[in-house]
Design a protein around this ligand. Structure first.
Ligand code: GLA
Length: 405
């Protein structure tokens, strides 16, 4: 009788443990799905192509094209209006959009009706970088206006606030840093007060190692460098400078090496693939910046390669790092879920025609003697390969593998 009671007690105990575990698992899943920017944000931003010329029509056309090209379904859901939308403030100090954007609420509704989200841009300074109206002294009012319009994402760009810092603390870098953090925290609190979830994107060009304190002022992403341009050398200089920053990124808080230039300027197919690969391996936000009205199929194929996007968006949320270099050839690796790893072999050599042969260097990567591999850009399974695997890569080109032990 006593033995039977103990058995019943034990099974009740195990059932309770099981229930507790299931509740915990569910709570973790819910928490993850509620994290803003649980994976690096994906979308499109007006600056890299339209710069100061962007209009309401460009944003509506882009929203239509994000849907018709398949970009939205590939994950590019934020449509972000960058600088130059701002008008004057009204008598109550409420910010108005300028004549290029006659109806912000109507625009937000349109973007939302397409299953997309709207992003906007401002500065903690009195003026933005293009010398339009900034948010200084109007933070709560502006955040509330964005929330009323239906904005889902704010890029907050230091610009003229640098002058405020310089005037208030010309000889005191510690105080200048404190002022900057306070300015970013102020807008963070203003956003929270609206009750509307918004991705908060810090833009201060990587000053004062922002990756160390970006999350403490509410940043979901923070620019780690100065501006990118549609130029191969500039793009790879930015990408390669991210080595060592991996430990600062994770779900909800990402290093941002700036928006994509894929499809802009004279970047070749190899260069566009190198750009996309670097950003994916860096778990960087994928914010396209090209003109979708004239997107070439080869550019669409780079931006919408599902396997590359999956590397960037992998749920583990780990940024990759450089693991090997030999002259202009570098190998970068990013841990993925399921004990897989993305391995990118770049030939950063200066001549686009110079080919380089390179092995895998699995041992240096701590990956044992052999792996099962898939060549992502070639869309080809390679079976099991070891250190004797050799590939030849043209200058400015890349081979991207997903490998599994
Ligand atoms: C800065 C930012 C850019 C862009 C412009 C707009 O240069 O770094 O990304 O937002 O301002 O003026």
């Amino acid at each position: 009788m006593a033995m039977a009671a103990v058995r019943v007690e034990r099974s009740v105990w195990w059932i309770l443990c099981g229930l507790f575990f299931l509740v915990l698992l569910g709570a973790t899943r819910v928490a993850r799905s509620q994290t803003i920017a649980a994976t690096p944000p994906m979308g499109w931003n007006s600056w890299n192509f339209f710069a100061g010329k962007v209009t309401d029509k460009d944003i509506r056309d882009t929203a239509d094209l994000l849907v018709s090209t398949g970009m939205r379904d590939a994950g590019y859901v934020y449509v972000n209006i960058d600088d130059t939308w701002e008008g004057e403030r009204d008598a109550q100090g409420r910010i108005q959009s300028n004549s290029k954007f006659p109806d912000m609420k109507g625009l937000a509704d349109y973007v939302h009706s397409k299953g997309l989200k709207l992003g906007i841009y401002s500065s903690p300074g009195a003026k933005t970088c293009a010398r339009y109206e900034g948010s200084l002294g109007h933070e709560e009012q502006d955040a509330q206006t964005y929330a009323d319009w239906g904005v889902d994402y704010l890029k907050y760009d230091l610009c003229s606030y640098g002058m405020v810092m310089g005037i208030q603390a010309p000889d005191d870098p510690t105080k200048r840093n404190r002022l900057m953090r306070e300015a970013y925290e102020k807008m963070h609190q203003a956003i929270l007060k609206t009750g509307r979830p918004m991705v908060y994107s810090l833009c201060q060009y990587g000053m004062d190692s922002v990756w160390e304190w970006g999350p403490s002022v509410g940043g979901n992403l923070w620019r780690t460098t100065g501006d990118i341009s549609a130029n191969y050398d500039r793009m790879i200089a930015i990408g390669r400078s991210q080595a060592g920053l991996a430990k600062f990124a994770g779900p909800g808080h990402w290093n941002d090496p700036d928006m994509l230039e894929v499809g802009n300027g004279k970047l070749t197919l190899d260069e566009n693939r190198t750009h996309m690969t670097l950003w994916a391996v860096l778990a960087a936000p994928l914010i396209a910046g090209n003109n979708l009205t004239e997107m070439k199929p080869e550019v669409a194929a780079v931006l919408m390669n599902k396997e590359v996007i999956a590397i960037d968006q992998d749920a583990l949320g780990k940024q990759g790092n450089r693991v090997y270099e030999e002259g202009p050839v570098e190998i970068w690796a990013k841990p993925l879920t399921g004990r897989s790893e993305a391995v990118a072999i770049f030939n950063f050599g200066s001549s686009p025609t110079e080919m380089r042969g390179i092995g895998l260097h699995l041992k240096e990567m701590g990956m044992g003697r052999e792996v099962r591999a898939r060549d992502v850009w070639a869309a080809k399974d390679l079976g099991r390969i070891g250190d004797d695997y050799r590939t030849t890569i043209p200058g400015h080109g890349v081979v991207l593998l997903v490998v599994k032990r």
